[in-house]
Design a protein around this ligand. Structure first.
Ligand code: SAM
Ligand code: DTB
Ligand code: SF4
Length: 332
């Protein structure tokens, strides 16, 4: 083991020994050093951490549904649902509670343990919260874990979602604070941190991650991981999305990220957030089985499962089941 590897191992074990201490922080430079390691050393470290905290042959399955699609007023440069980009995604009415609960039943039958409801909103209005809480109650009553991703939350809204039985709220930091303004102008980084604070205060598990492959540098990826790992506590669930390029969005045509850089990002998330579920998220349909296997080796232990993400495709369930079987992964 070289000196850098030894130092980083000590850093990691300090974190794992005393994660509740907010003063122990990962610097961007430390995470950049992780990302700069020889690939085999990085994966080895990620495996050591992974096996300390998780069953290395298990993957958790979350199914997504878009309960309100399109017509979003925000300008996130990656997103097919922003009204201002011409992507072919139409502004649709909100689904009914029955439609959502029926879809959750199917997801459960197919093996998902968590059902995540997404809405293309800047944030929910009170009448939206009333309907969403009904959806949460219906999904929860099936014995599924519940998750929602609906944009920014105002004070009091997270409590209402929590009282209805919401287990997780997904709200991504998306990228590093420095790169952020190249991607979104209609809400700032602090707005996102504030929403995560609302979720945490309401006792709901935080699900927060980001997107890579948006033309950012490795340093910016280190900056994103540092922000997530330094949240106190770090998120229970960390989705790492590879940009799905959609025609009509400003980021369409961005140079694709080297898949091994994606794997490195997963490994850095695993090492710095040892107990989290690290989710290999959007972009999986475009990945080979070999790259997905490397992501699992690097510490990913959750995926989105089901034929669709929100508006774009995901591997179909039969193909995923065949992959899990091939890799000897059990599902939860
Ligand atoms: N409107 C809500 C919000 O922005 O928080 C919830 C839904 S939004 C679609 C959830 C997340 O999906 C975004 O924060 C982003 O990280 C991810 N996402 C959206 N479009 C994507 C794309 N084309 N490729 C990869 N991830 C994407
Ligand atoms: C997350 O981090 N990724 C998911 C979920 N949370 C909501 C969304 C991915 C969306 C990909 C583009 C689409 O299908 O519209
Ligand atoms: Fe709207 Fe969310 Fe898409 Fe941004 S990511 S445009 S907030 S749906």
């Amino acid at each position: 083991m070289n000196q850098l590897t030894t130092d980083l191992t000590e850093q990691q074990s300090n974190h794992s020994a005393d994660e509740s201490v907010g003063s122990l922080r990962w610097s961007v430079a430390q995470i950049q050093s992780l990302l700069d390691l020889p690939f085999n050393d990085l994966i080895h470290q990620a495996q050591l951490v992974h096996r300390q905290y998780h069953n290395a042959n298990e993957v958790q399955l979350s199914t997504l549904i878009s309960v309100k699609t399109g017509g979003c007023p925000e300008d996130c440069g990656y997103c097919p649902q922003a009204a201002r980009y011409h992507t072919g995604v139409e502004n649709e009415d909100m689904l009914s509670v029955d439609e959502v609960v029926s879809a959750a039943k199917v997801a459960k039958e197919q093996g998902a343990s968590r059902f995540c409801m997404g809405a293309a909103w800047r944030g929910p209005k009170q009448r939206d919260i009333d309907k969403v809480t009904e959806m949460i109650r219906g999904v929860k009553s099936l014995g599924l874990e519940t998750c929602a991703t609906m944009g920014m939350l105002k004070p009091g809204q997270a409590e209402q979602l929590g009282q209805a039985g919401l287990d997780y709220y997904n709200h991504n930091l998306d990228t590093s604070p420095e790169f952020y303004e190249k991607i979104i102008s209609t809400r700032d980084y602090q707005d996102r941190l504030d929403t995560l604070g609302e979720v945490r205060e309401a006792g709901i598990n935080v699900c927060s991650g980001g997107i890579v492959g948006m033309g950012e540098t490795r340093h910016a990826r280190a900056g994103l991981i540092a922000q997530l790992a330094n949240l106190d506590p770090y998120p229970a669930s960390v989705p790492i999305n590879n940009l799905v390029q959609v025609e009509g969005t400003p980021l369409h045509g961005t140079d694709a990220l080297d898949p091994l850089e994606f794997v490195r990002t997963i490994a850095a998330a695993r090492i710095t957030m040892p107990k989290a579920k690290v989710r290999l998220s959007a972009g999986r349909r475009e990945m080979s089985e070999a790259v997905q296997a490397l992501c699992f080796l690097a510490g990913a232990n959750s995926v989105f499962y089901g034929d669709k993400l929100l508006t774009t495709g995901n591997p179909d369930t039969a193909r995923d089941q065949a992959l899990f079987k091939k890799l000897g992964l059990s599902t939860q």
